[in-house]
Ligand binder design. Structure first.
Ligand code: SF4
Length: 230
């Protein structure tokens, strides 16, 4: 855990200096092991940032489902490749589609504020969605799209190996936990996948419509923070 913390802080600092990568192809897997546990997946010696960058490039060209035809940009994910906390939302919205980055619209700005309020920096967490391309008119994802896109999320989880997954919204919570339970019931329960704690909470877009959800998201973020760093 301490090594992963050092790696995360190093990744943050280098990114602040405009250096995008801390572990490049050809780097010794022993160094990767020392920083963050075992080398990321089957790629062996490739660094986490490198693997994620390659995956993102693949997603830009992906045509596994019909959403490919309507996108401006695919939105792979963004954040610290050594994050203890990984956020999963539903799908990109209009602003995300324009910029190619997750949670950059109004819902993303609310998420940023809530992260700040609980003492978390966006640069230390990782944020992505179930779907990497925007559904038309922000309609709900359909099962075929979720199934087609799921391998990309599974790869992100495999590479980043977060300690906590925070599911933003019912779609993300139900997909990650493979359930049809309501958000109220999911929030009331405790969830784990292996050693990884899963925390379902409301999507910040819902909190823009129903401001009372903000407090509940705040409480769930506090729990994630305490479990990751407490
Ligand atoms: S939503 Fe996912 S599966 Fe569908 S085209 Fe985009 S990246 Fe590919």
């Amino acid at each position: 855990m301490a090594n992963k913390k050092i790696a995360r802080a190093l990744a943050e600092n280098l990114r602040a200096l405009g250096i995008e990568e801390i572990a490049t192809e050809g780097e010794s897997s022993a160094i990767i092991e020392a920083l963050g546990g075992e080398a990321a997946g089957a790629e062996g010696e490739a660094g986490r940032a490198d693997i994620l960058r390659r995956e993102a490039a693949g997603v830009e060209k992906c045509r596994r489902c019909a959403l490919a035809s309507g996108r401006t940009h695919a939105v792979y994910g963004d954040g610290n490749e050594y994050a203890e906390i990984l956020f999963v939302g539903e799908a990109p919205g209009a602003e995300e589609d324009r910029q190619g980055l997750p949670f950059v619209g109004r819902a993303g700005q609310l998420l940023n504020r809530l992260l700040e309020q609980v003492g978390l920096k966006r640069s230390e967490v990782y944020i992505c969605n179930l779907l990497k391309c925007r559904p038309p008119d922000n309609r709900d994802p359909v099962p075929e799209e979720l199934a087609a896109c799921r391998p990309y999320l599974d790869k992100q989880l495999n590479v980043i190996k977060p300690q906590i997954i925070v599911c933003l919204g019912l779609f993300a919570a139900q997909a990650i936990l493979n359930t049809k339970e309501s958000m109220a019931r999911l929030r009331a329960g405790e969830h784990k996948i292996g050693d990884v704690v899963v925390i379902p909470t409301y999507h910040t877009a819902a909190a823009l419509r129903f401001p009372s959800y903000k407090q509940q998201i705040y409480d769930d973020l506090c729990r994630a923070r305490d479990l990751a760093y407490g």
